[in-house]
Design a binder for this molecule. Structure first.
Ligand code: FAD
Ligand code: NAD
Length: 407
């Protein structure tokens, strides 16, 4: 079949999945083969995997983002800065806040949002580590609490209490940054460190449920030594303007806190639901080629997709690692469809491991099946972070944004 016109490829979201799809596709196809449009609500990409650092204030938010224009080939990719409202897959249309696009092939890569499971007050009173704006707000809010503490005649110690909901990877990585940041804040604002409380509330019977127990113990011991109080087997039931209500069995407790950060769950973008795709918490169970069921021209990658681990028969946890690997396969499949040549490639994740930072100088992880911790794990985490930059922007991006504080 001969094409009468160049197909329109529209990619929604410039996170790990969307940007990887774009930079790989722009290398594979020529200007005359397809019109490629990338839509993102900001003109920058942020490293979601570094947001805990920006939120704690251990890394400036400008360090975790870079202009999309730096990594796309503008002769091949048309960038549209806009917010996606919904997709109308039956009509091959995308509704944006400020316009509309039509497509022949679509890639939905709109990433994650915080999932509050309908828990009362969380949306109103808790923060979540969701994007650059949210990270900046968390950092500013904590700093404001410290700055305000000494200005009040009647001191309210709860101003200096920070609650982290969830001891999953996000919660633990954020705690690792906080324990390094709080001593700096105490010095800066003349606050007695003994007045500060950092409390982590985790509903499961352990921190980092499902991860290697020895490494979990290492992380919890380190964080406890640096001042974190863990409330394990305890669920957040409500968030109020004053703090949180938690329950452990029948015991209910109120914890007053100036800052509550909800790091206890994510879901895929609400745009997935708005668009009528069949999904679970904004995640679409994609076919082996990463397409949405019922729509052969719609690919879904990253945290909006759901893929099953056949060994465990459970969904893979959504990660940047998987999002980037999906981006590569998605680009190859798009090239096949654009050229109408070759065969679609099924996606199979190649999980190299998991490394969880505990501040800039410590970490735990399982890499290629081997346990690592301490400075070796921390080095590996920085290499993983740098690798993500390399895969999207090559050596120049690593030089600009990479982490080289190895000592
Ligand atoms: P995202 O990276 O979330 O990108 C989505 C993009 O779409 C963003 O640019 C966003 O601005 C844009 N967007 C969203 N909605 C709209 C809209 N309506 N209109 C237009 N644009 C929109 N995973 C790992 O593998 N390793 C780690 O070490 C790791 N650490 C993490 C640390 C933290 C603190 C967090 C929160 C997550 C971490 N993850 C990690 C998970 C990882 O960040 C996600 O799995 C990954 O970001 C998903 O990539 P994505 O491309 O699907 O979406
Ligand atoms: P998560 O779902 O992995 O962990 C959430 C935690 O919150 C769980 O331990 C859960 O038991 C707990 N929880 C749920 N409801 C609760 C409640 N009401 N009260 C108290 N605790 C509650 O979410 P996450 O940590 O944000 O991670 C999201 C995804 O990002 C995961 O796939 C994760 O693997 C990935 N991630 C990876 C890394 C890394 O590789 N270094 C870092 C961060 C995130």
């Amino acid at each position: 079949m001969i094409r009468l016109k160049k197909p329109n490829v529209v990619i929604l979201g410039a996170g790990y999945g969307g940007l990887m799809t774009t930079v790989r596709l722009q290398k594979m196809v020529g200007v005359n083969e397809a019109n490629i449009t990338l839509v993102n609500k900001n003109d920058y990409h942020y490293e979601s995997t570094w947001l805990h650092e920006a939120s704690a204030g251990t890394l400036h938010h400008d360090r975790v983002r870079y202009p999309i224009a730096d990594v796309i080939d503008r002769s091949k990719v048309n960038f549209v800065k806009d917010t996606v409202v919904k997709v109308v897959p039956e009509e091959n249309r995308v509704i944006l806040e400020n316009g509309e696009l039509t497509y022949d092939y679509l890639v939905v890569a709109l990433g994650f949002e915080s999932e509050t499971f309908g828990i009362k007050g969380l949306k109103e009173y808790a923060f979540s580590i969701a994007n650059v704006n949210a990270a900046r707000q968390i950092r500013e809010h904590i700093e404001y609490q410290f700055a305000t503490y000494n200005t009040e005649e009647e001191k309210r110690d709860e101003r200096l209490t920070i609650v982290v909901g969830g001891a999953g990877f996000t919660g633990i990585e954020f705690l690792g940054e906080l324990v390094n940041r709080v001593p700096e804040l105490c010095r800066e604002y003349d606050v007695d460190p003994h007045k500060v409380r950092i409390i982590c509330v985790e509903a499961a019977p352990t921190a980092l449920p499902g991860f290697d127990p020895e490494l979990v113990e290492y992380a919890v011991n380190l964080l406890e030594r640096k001042g974190v109080e863990f409330k394990i087997g305890t669920a957040i039931k409500e968030c109020t303007p004053e703090g949180i209500i938690v329950a452990k069995g029948d015991e209910v407790e109120e914890i007053k806190a100036g800052t509550v950060v909800w790091a206890a769950g994510v879901r895929g973008s609400h745009v997935i639901d708005e668009s009528g795709f069949e999904a679970m918490r904004g995640r679409v169970k994609v076919d082996p080629f990463l397409r949405a069921p019922g729509y052969e021209n719609v690919f879904i990658v990253g945290d909006c997709s759901l893929i099953i681990n056949e060994e465990t028969n459970r969904p893979y946890p959504p990660t940047a690692q998987i999002a980037m690997q999906q981006g590569e396969v998605c680009a190859k499949n798009l090239a096949v469809l654009i050229r109408q040549q070759g065969e679609l490639q099924p996606f199979k994740p190649d999980i190299k491991g998991t490394v969880c930072s505990l501040g800039h100088d410590d970490a735990i992880g399982v890499v290629f099946g081997k346990k690592v911790w301490g400075s070796k794990a921390s080095f590996m985490k920085k290499m993983v972070d740098n690798r993500a930059l390399y895969l999207i922007g090559g050596p120049s991006l690593v030089m600009k944004k990479g982490k080289f504080n190895f000592l």
